[in-house]
Write a protein that binds this ligand. Structure first.
Ligand code: HEM
Length: 217
């Protein structure tokens, strides 16, 4: 750790001195750091995680988050360039594969994260709210996966469209969705669900930072 990075440790509880800090590290870093002094972020920094959280089991939520970021970045690139690019050019196919494998990684880490949360009883007390937010994200992510498969337009996509049409999109409200309508499916996949997930995951991770990591059972 350099002297400059040590700022938080040495000035804990003091007001942030923007001008002083600007001279030391430049305006950009000083401006970014000043966020650490605004609520609710001001309670996130300078915290030491408890020793029971120093384990790979406690990194799974972070890995899920990282996979989600990969999904968002590759998803934005795919959306910008469009189907002919992702289907017929080597770079497009590579980015599409990255998007697919990020989704596999996301669900892999997510399910073990939930097992960890469950086995350590991390849903106790006030954390039930965050458990509920996590669970909502899980179901939304499953829906996001379904619309991703539907948007692909291959044989598997047609098979899933046919079955989901009978099983899911016959239900009240969901009846408004037609799985063979590409425009509708892609809009839900690239806009509605990802934005909701982004907000939910943002709240989830912020709450973990504010509430701290639960003591295992
Ligand atoms: C949708 C993607 C999700 C992301 C990106 C995510 C991310 C995280 C992160 C980074 C943590 C910090 C501790 C750790 O990494 O283990 C955490 C904790 C937690 N997560 Fe998630 N999570 C997700 C889904 C879920 C789901 C589905 C549930 C429950 C059904 C859940 C329940 C919790 C709870 C209760 C904690 C607090 C753990 C503690 O205090 O020990 N999360 N999550």
């Amino acid at each position: 750790m350099t002297d400059q990075d040590d700022y938080f440790a040495h000035h804990k509880g003091e007001p942030f001195r923007f001008k002083e800090r600007k001279k030391e590290v430049g305006w950009l870093k000083a401006a970014l750091e000043s966020f650490a002094y605004l609520p609710p972020f001001n309670r996130m920094f300078g915290k030491v995680e408890p020793s029971y959280a120093e384990s790979y089991w406690y990194c799974l939520g972070g890995l899920t988050f990282l996979s989600f970021l990969f999904l968002v970045i590759t998803g934005i690139i795919l959306t910008l360039f469009g189907p002919p690019w992702w289907l017929h050019t080597p770079t497009g196919v590579a980015v599409k594969s990255m998007h697919y494998w990020s989704a596999q990684a996301f669900f892999f880490f997510l399910f073990i994260h939930v097992v960890r949360v469950w086995l350590t009883g991390a849903y106790r007390g006030e954390r039930w709210v965050n458990y509920a937010i996590g669970l909502t994200s899980l179901f939304l992510a499953l829906g996001e996966n379904l619309f991703g498969v539907l948007a692909r337009g291959d044989w598997e996509s047609q098979f899933v469209a046919m079955h989901s049409n009978y099983m899911l999109f016959g239900l009240p409200l969901l009846r408004l969705i037609t799985p063979s309508n590409f425009t509708q499916v892609i809009l839900i996949h690239v806009a509605f669900i990802p934005f909701t997930l982004l907000v939910l995951i943002g709240v989830h991770v912020t709450l973990v930072k504010l509430q701290g990591i639960a003591r295992p059972l």
